[in-house]
Design a protein around this ligand. Structure first.
Ligand code: SAM
Length: 419
C-alpha cells in the first residue's frame, strides 16, 4: 500500500512525524464487527451468531476479550455483505478501536449523551444501547454538520437500533457552536410534556424549526417537543470523536486504492477545501463539548489520526486553558483495570524527548507539566494493538462551567508548526 502513496500524502506523513511502516501491517490486520444489542442476547444466541459468521466468512471468528460484543474476523478481505448477520441487522462493521473509545466514556443506563461528530454513526448506535434504560431512558444527541452523512446515521439507527431508536435525536449542525442542551428530565413522560404545554403555551408551540440548534433533524416525537428541547440541562457524557485526517484508519486509507484513487488521498491530506486548520477545528469542537458537559461528567476526545498535532497538542492546548482544578485526564478503564480482560495493547502518548524538541515544537519546557497531566491518554497503533489507529483521552470535569467558553481564543499547542 505504502508504495502507492502520492507525494503529497508522503509529505503529510513526514510533516506529522508519522512512521510509514504503520501501513505495512495492513495485510495482517483482522476485520472487526460488532454484535448489536449484545447485552440483551443469551450466550447461546451469541454462540450461534459467531458460528454463522465463521461459516459465512470462511475463516476464524473469535470474540474480542474484554470488549463486549466485538468479533474479530481473521481475514480482513471479508465483505460485510457476505455475512448473514449483517443482512439481518445483528452485526455492524466497527473497528474495535472505536469500541474502546466508546467504552472509555463509561456510559450508564439513563445517561444523557452528546456525540458531537456523530456520522456515519457506529459509535452513536453503541452509545444508544448503553444509555438505554427501560424505566427511565437516557438519550443520545448526535450532531454532524454534513446533512448527507447525518442521513446515513438515520439509516443506521433505523436499521439496527430497534427500541433504542426512541432515545436518539440527530441534529444537522455545526458542533463548534451547537447549543441545544440535554433533554429535560421526564422528556419521555407524556404527562410532563402536557403539563408544560399548558403552563407555557407560547414556548410549547414548537421549537424553532428554522434554527438547526433548536430543532432536531430527526427524532421521535417526544424528543422533538419544545419541552424536551428548551431546557438548560448539561450532558452526563460527551463524545468528541473529532473530524480529523483519518490517517490512522487503515480501512479508510485502503479505500483510496480500491475506490477513490490514490491521488485523492494527496489532496485530502493537504487540507484542500478546508476553511481552517484541522487542529483548530478540533480544539473548537472539544471546547464546545466541554461547555455542554456537566460538572462531574466525562468527555472523551478521540481521533483516528496518528498526528501529534491533532492529538496531544490539541489536548495540551485544552489543558492549558483548563487547569487541574477543572479538568483531569483519567486512565481508560479497559486498559487500567486488571480484571477488564482487555488484551488489546495501547501505546503511551507522544511527548517531546529532548529540550531541542520542545523548542522545535514551539513549546516552552514549562509545558512539561501539561504532558504529565495527559499521561493517561492512549494511542492505539496498528503495529501493537492489531486495530486501526486511534487516540483516546478521557477527561473528567471537576470544576464548574464558567471558564473556557467557546468565545475564548483557541490556540492548539505548537500551532506555529502545524501544517
Ligand atoms: C471521524 S468522523 C466521526 C465518526 C463517527 N463518530 C462514527 O463513529 O461513525 C468526523 C465527523 O465529523 C463531521 N464534522 C466535520 N466538521 C464538523 C463540525 N464543524 N461540526 C460537526 N461535525 C463535523 C464530519 O462530517 C464527520 O462525519
Amino acid at each position: 500500500m505504502y508504495a502507492n502513496f502520492p507525494p503529497q500524502f508522503l509529505a503529510f506523513l513526514k510533516e506529522n512525524h508519522i512512521d510509514p511502516s504503520v501501513y505495512d501491517v495492513q495485510g495482517g490486520l483482522p476485520r472487526y464487527v460488532r454484535i448489536v444489542r449484545y447485552k440483551q442476547r443469551t450466550a447461546s444466541e451469541i454462540q450461534r451468531l459467531v458460528k454463522q459468521t465463521q461459516h459465512d466468512a470462511g475463516c476464524t471468528v473469535t470474540e474480542v476479550a474484554g470488549v463486549p460484543g466485538f468479533l474479530e474476523i481473521a481475514d480482513q478481505s471479508v465483505k460485510l455483505a457476505q455475512l448473514q448477520g449483517y443482512g439481518s441487522g445483528d452485526l455492524v462493521g466497527m473497528d474495535v478501536s472505536s469500541g474502546i473509545a466508546v467504552h472509555a466514556l463509561s456510559v450508564a443506563p439513563g445517561d444523557n449523551v452528546l456525540d458531537l461528530c456523530c456520522a456515519p454513526g457506529a459509535k452513536l448506535l453503541l452509545l444508544a444501547e448503553q444509555s438505554m434504560d427501560t424505566i427511565a431512558p437516557g438519550s443520545v444527541t448526535g450532531v454532524d454538520n454534513s446533512s448527507h452523512r447525518i442521513a446515513t446515521c438515520r439509516s443506521l439507527i433505523k436499521k439496527h437500533a430497534g427500541r433504542t431508536r426512541g432515545i436518539v435525536r440527530l441534529f444537522a449542525a455545526d458542533g463548534t457552536n451547537f447549543a441545544c442542551h440535554a433533554p429535560r428530565k421526564l422528556w419521555w413522560d407524556a404527562q410532563a410534556v402536557g403539563a408544560f404545554a399548558q403552563q407555557n403555551p407560547a414556548v410549547a408551540v414548537a421549537a424553532d424549526s428554522s434554527v438547526a440548534n433548536e430543532r432536531p433533524w430527526f427524532a421521535p416525537r417526544l424528543l422533538s417537543t419544545a419541552y424536551a428541547c428548551s431546557g438548560t440541562a448539561l450532558y452526563d457524557r460527551v463524545l468528541v470523536d473529532a473530524e480529523c485526517t483519518h490517517d490512522g484508519s487503515l480501512v479508510h486509507i485502503r479505500k483510496y486504492g480500491e475506490q477513490w484513487g490514490w491521488e485523492q488521498l494527496g489532496s485530502q491530506a493537504s487540507g484542500s477545501g478546508r476553511t481552517q486548520p484541522v487542529p483548530v477545528l478540533q480544539s473548537r469542537l472539544l471546547e464546545n463539548g466541554w461547555r455542554l458537559l456537566k460538572p462531574g461528567g466525562v468527555l472523551v476526545y478521540s481521533t483516528c489520526s496518528l498526528s501529534r498535532f491533532q492529538n496531544e497538542l490539541v489536548l495540551g492546548g485544552f489543558l492549558a486553558r483548563h487547569g487541574d482544578d477543572e479538568a483531569s485526564v483519567e486512565p481508560i478503564p479497559l486498559f487500567d483495570e486488571k480484571d477488564s480482560g482487555c488484551e488489546i495493547e495501547a501505546l503511551p502518548i507522544w511527548k517531546p524527548e529532548t529540550d531541542e524538541e520542545w523548542v522545535r515544537h514551539g513549546l516552552g519546557s514549562q509545558l512539561r507539566a501539561l504532558f504529565q497531566r495527559m499521561q493517561h491518554a492512549a494511542r492505539l497503533d496498528p503495529r501493537v494493538s492489531n486495530t486501526s489507529g486511534m487516540f483516546i483521552a478521557r477527561i473528567r470535569k471537576i470544576g464548574d462551567n464558567s471558564k473556557g467558553t467557546i468565545e475564548t481564543e483557541i490556540v492548539p499547542l505548537g500551532q506555529s508548526s502545524m501544517t
